[in-house]
Design a binder for this molecule. Sequence first.
Ligand SMILES: NC(=O)c1ccc[n+]([C@@H]2O[C@H](COP(=O)([O-])OP(=O)(O)OC[C@H]3O[C@@H](n4cnc5c(N)ncnc54)[C@H](OP(=O)(O)O)[C@@H]3O)[C@@H](O)[C@H]2O)c1
Length: 265
Amino acid sequence: MSIPWFAPLNTPVVTWKNKRIWLIGASSGIGAALAKAFLAQGASVILSARRSDQLELVADGHPNALILPMDVQDELAWSEGQVKIEQRFGGVDLIMFCAANYKPERSWEMQSAEVAKTLRINLLGVYQGICTTLPGMLKQKSGGIAVIASVAGYVGLLNASVYGPSKAALINLAELLYTDLHNKNLDVYLINPGFVKTELTAKNTFMMPALQTPEQAAASIIKGMQRGLFEIHFPRRFTYVLKLLQIIPYRWRFALFERFLNQQG
Ligand SMILES: NC(=O)c1ccc[n+]([C@@H]2O[C@H](COP(=O)([O-])OP(=O)(O)OC[C@H]3O[C@@H](n4cnc5c(N)ncnc54)[C@H](OP(=O)(O)O)[C@@H]3O)[C@@H](O)[C@H]2O)c1
C-alpha cells in the first residue's frame, strides 16, 4: 500500500460497533470522555488506569466494558492485561495512549526522581503498550495505534520542562510508526490537543487560551479518526499558532517567550 497523495492517510473509521479499544488512562479527562463516547457507539472498551474506582464510575456497569486497572510503569501488568483482553475479546483493534504525568516546572525546579517518573509514564509506557499489542495486530493484519501527544511537543514551551520533551518524543515516534506500519494495514494516529480542562491542567496557574472540555476533545478525536486523519489537532485557532512558532526563526520565538514571561511578572 503506497502513501496516498490526496486520500486520507489512515482508513476512515466507518463504525465503532464491535471495535475492541484499549484505552490507557481512562479514569479521568480526555480518556474518560473517549471511553464513554466509544461505549455509547457500540465499541467494546478496555479501561485502564491506576484508580479502579474511577474506572468503574466511567464504565457505569456497561456490558461492553472491561475494567483493567494497571500502572503503565508495571511491565508485568501489560502482559497480564493482554491475556485478560484475549480471554474476553480475543484481541485489540485499537490502543489509545491517554495516560500522562505532568508537573508545571521551570528547568531549575526539576528533580531527577520526578523526571524519571514522567518519562516512564509518558514515554516508556507507550513503548510498553506498543510492544504488548503490536504483535497481535500484525498477526491479525489490522489495528490501530493512537498516541495522544500535545502541542507542548511542537516547541520547547515554558513550564513543560519534562512533559514537553516527552510529548516531542511521542510526535517523533508516531511519525515513524506510521511509515513502518502503514504498509502493514495498520493505522497510526497522532493526537495533539491544545488546552483541555482536566485534572492535568488544573495544576496550571497561567491563563489557558482556547480551553476546551474533555467531551469537546473526545468529539474532535473521534471525528478525526472517522475522517482518517494522521494528525488530529485541536482547537485549530490555537494549534495553528503553535505550528507557526515551529517555523519562525528561533530569535523571534525566544523574543515572544521573553515578552510572555515579562507579562506574567
Ligand atoms: N488536558 C490538556 O490540556 C492536554 C493537552 C494536550 C495533551 N494532553 C494529553 O491528553 C492525555 C490525557 O490527559 P488529560 O488532560 O485527560 O489528563 P488527566 O485527566 O489527568 O488523565 C490522565 C490519565 O492518565 C492516567 N495515568 C496517569 N499515570 C498513570 C500510570 N502510571 N498508569 C496508568 N495510568 C496513569 C490517569 O489515571 P490514574 O491516575 O487513575 O492512573 C488518568 O486516567 C495525556 O496524554 C495528556 O498529556 C492533555
